[in-house]
Design a protein around this ligand. Structure first.
Ligand code: XMP
Length: 310
């Protein structure tokens, strides 16, 4: 594939389609939405409003970090604080699918649709890639059609349409084009991170306290395993407790699972054979966290397990 040609064509296409109108896109910091953001701004400049929705479920410092990376590329990203909306939608939910649905609904039906309407945008730019379309058709993933997710026939009802400039690319193409357009390695080589974010790594109810615990464990795992070369690595907070000893006293503490896997497309995965010393160090750091007294390494491939825990 001629990537230079792809870039020129997409910029010209976006420019021509949008004309003098306004457009909007949501940036998550993942490589797909980041690439759409750069292409969109090359084509439209200030006509494109880019928002980053802070859903309270991101990793430590992630919202600010993403805004800063794009500022250094000359692209203004608006940070939208929707933490309370997401936390109240998740309050009391323990069923995995209900939790996922709450995050999706809050994003599309509430927060993003409000932003689209108030910004008077006629076009939405969306980072759908070829694999998303194939997996949707195959019934592997839930519907990726943003119009349906918004629950509205937007073109008829509000007069805006969706542009999907990456729909002919696969992930490795996306990474190459992102590099060519000057996105830093921390974006172009970023490990996969799910849309429902840390909510997929908490068994049971998602609360502020439990988010802080899994967020801190995630930072430790990401720091320690950054040089592992693995496809993906993560921390999960279980909904169980176990007895331990801290400061010579019994403690009924929390349990963190560490997962580190090898994969090419996330459809199947095997477990990384991490060196024992590395595993020990991760375990020591995690069990130094307040209230956490067990650290487990997940030995299960996909299938039968999935990569995330919900
Ligand atoms: P599972 O857990 O299904 O995950 O084995 C496969 C890959 O997909 C990521 N994942 C998601 N990505 N939205 C996303 O954009 C989601 O809802 C979602 N759920 C899982 C997961 O991190 C893994 O790389």
């Amino acid at each position: 594939m001629d990537y230079e040609n792809f870039i020129d064509e997409q910029i010209a296409h976006i420019k021509q389609t949008v004309g003098e109108a306004k457009a909007i896109n949501a940036l998550s910091g993942g490589v797909d939405s980041s690439l759409v953001t750069v292409l969109g701004h090359r084509a439209l400049g200030d006509q494109l409003r880019t928002v980053f929705v802070d859903n309270a479920l991101m990793r430590k410092g992630e919202p600010q970090q993403v805004v800063e990376i794009f500022a250094s590329l000359g692209i203004a990203v608006e940070l939208v604080d929707a933490k309370n909306e997401f936390l109240s939608a998740l309050a009391g939910l323990t069923d995995p699918e209900e939790k996922r649905q709450a995050v999706t609904d809050t994003f599309y039906s509430k927060v993003f649709s409000r932003l689209v309407k108030e910004s008077d945008a006629k076009y939405l730019l969306h980072g759908t890639i070829l694999t998303d379309i194939e997996e949707t058709v195959d019934g592997i993933k839930r519907q990726h059609n943003i119009l349906t997710q918004l629950g509205i026939d937007t073109e008829k009802e509000y007069g805006y349409s969706v542009l999907e400039p990456l729909k002919t690319l696969r992930k490795d193409d996306v990474r190459e084009v992102a590099k060519l357009l000057g996105l830093p390695a921390e974006i172009s080589q970023r490990i996969p991170f799910p849309g429902p974010a840390l909510a997929t790594r908490i068994i049971g109810e998602v609360t502020l306290d439990r988010l802080e615990t899994v967020r801190a464990a995630t930072s430790i795992v990401e720091e320690e395993l950054a040089d592992s070369g693995a496809f993906q690595y993560l921390a999960v907070l279980l909904n169980d407790r176990a007895t331990g000893i801290r400061n010579k006293k019994r403690e009924f503490g929390q349990i963190i699972v560490v997962r580190c896997i090898e994969s090419t497309d996330a459809r199947t995965a095997t477990v990384t054979k991490l060196p024992w010393d590395k595993l020990n160090r991760v375990s020591e750091r995690i069990t130094r966290m307040k209230g956490v007294n067990r650290c487990l390494y997940d030995l299960t491939p996909k299938p039968p397990a999935t990569i995330e825990y919900i």
